[in-house]
Design a protein around this ligand. Structure first.
Ligand code: PSU
Ligand code: MN
Length: 313
């Protein structure tokens, strides 16, 4: 089937309301590797204007590494696969943007307005657009106290059912990492650490937990993804890429601040979708912005690895 306007072969469901940026249209036509990027990190993960600066830097890192970035967001009842610079600037400054996970995607698309996609929703949209690799900062997981609250990110189940390789710096250190690994194992999600044997913990290189799996090259990661397809196994892979040593914040420094932010969240009764943005914002304040600097460095590092993986595929 061919799109009447773009003359690009399409295999996604013909009714999926996808709009490709001009750059992504070109990449699809020429077979240039494409790396998907999420938008919740822009709207809910970082303050303006650092969010816009970071989004632009990350997109350029991907171009420099020989791939094309496709930042994914919901605008005007369409899933945008790739944003123009103007659209990126609108998104970064928009207020009251919906945080769109799997449960919200169809509802927000039908209602109209701007939506920022989480890891889970970005994976769905990337798969619809036939993009196999996606870079982010950190994925969601089992929150501390999850045995009481049942707060387990939809990102985990998405990894088990949607065939996209997600490059992250590990589950965010605000989460319960052992429980997050247990759930990923139950769901059959390969958690592959790049270049070391310890699981990284987002702002820090070492979580103190062993990585379930390890890979030392982008080619190896691409080959595992392709083997999964050949086996007919649903789902993707989680690649945990340690933050560069010069940019990390030691886990010991952060632990008491994470505990403080978490107890504030509990005292205020913060729940559901608001938990992750609240904790990230409080850590930003408690570290005088150091977590944001580290966050920017790790996303860029993930974008470079994702581009290398996309090129190998
Ligand atoms: N990584 C970041 N900052 C973020 C997020 C990830 O560095 O803000 C977002 C992602 O979109 C992820 C979401 O999917 O947080 C997880 O939210 P929750 O725990 O509510 O599922
Ligand atoms: Mn949650």
């Amino acid at each position: 089937m061919t799109h009447p306007a773009l003359d690009v072969p399409l295999t996604f469901p013909p009714d999926a309301p996808l709009t490709f940026s001009p750059e992504v249209v070109e990449a699809r036509a020429s077979g240039t590797p494409i790396v998907a990027l999420e938008s919740t990190i822009i709207t809910h993960g970082m303050p303006y204007p650092q969010n816009l600066d970071t989004a632009r830097l990350v997109e350029n890192d991907i171009r420099t590494a020989g791939a094309i970035p496709a930042t994914i967001a919901i605008m005007d009842r369409r899933i945008h696969i790739g944003l123009t610079d103007t659209e990126l600037a609108v998104l970064a400054q928009a207020e009251d943007v919906a945080k769109v996970s799997r449960a919200d995607l169809a509802v927000v698309l039908a209602a109209g307005g701007i939506g920022a996609t989480t890891v889970a929703a970005t994976m769905i949209c990337a798969a619809l657009a036939e993009i196999q690799v996606f870079a982010t900062g950190g994925i969601g997981g089992v929150h501390k106290g999850g045995e009481e609250t049942f707060d387990i990110s939809a990102d985990l189940r998405e990894l088990s059912q949607t065939p996209v390789t997600v490059v992250a710096a590990g589950p965010k250190a605000i989460l319960d990492l052992p429980k997050t690994l247990e759930v990923l194992e139950t769901l059959g999600v390969p958690v592959i650490t790049y270049g070391q044997s310890a699981l990284p913990a987002f702002w820090s290189r070492n979580s103190g937990l062993p990585a379930p799996l390890r890979a030392d090259s982008a080619a190896q990661i691409a080959a595992s993804h392709q083997m999964r397809t050949r086996l007919g196994l649903p789902g993707g892979q989680l690649i945990t890429n340690p933050i560069p040593a010069n940019d990390e914040i030691p886990a010991e420094t952060l632990a008491p601040l994470i505990a403080q932010a978490q107890s504030e969240a509990d005292a205020k009764g913060i729940a559901g979708k608001a938990v992750t943005p609240f904790l990230l914002q409080r850590l930003f304040e408690l570290t005088d912005g150091a977590t944001l600097v580290a966050n920017i460095a790790l996303v860029r590092n993930n974008a470079r690895l994702a581009a290398a993986i996309a090129r190998e595929m």
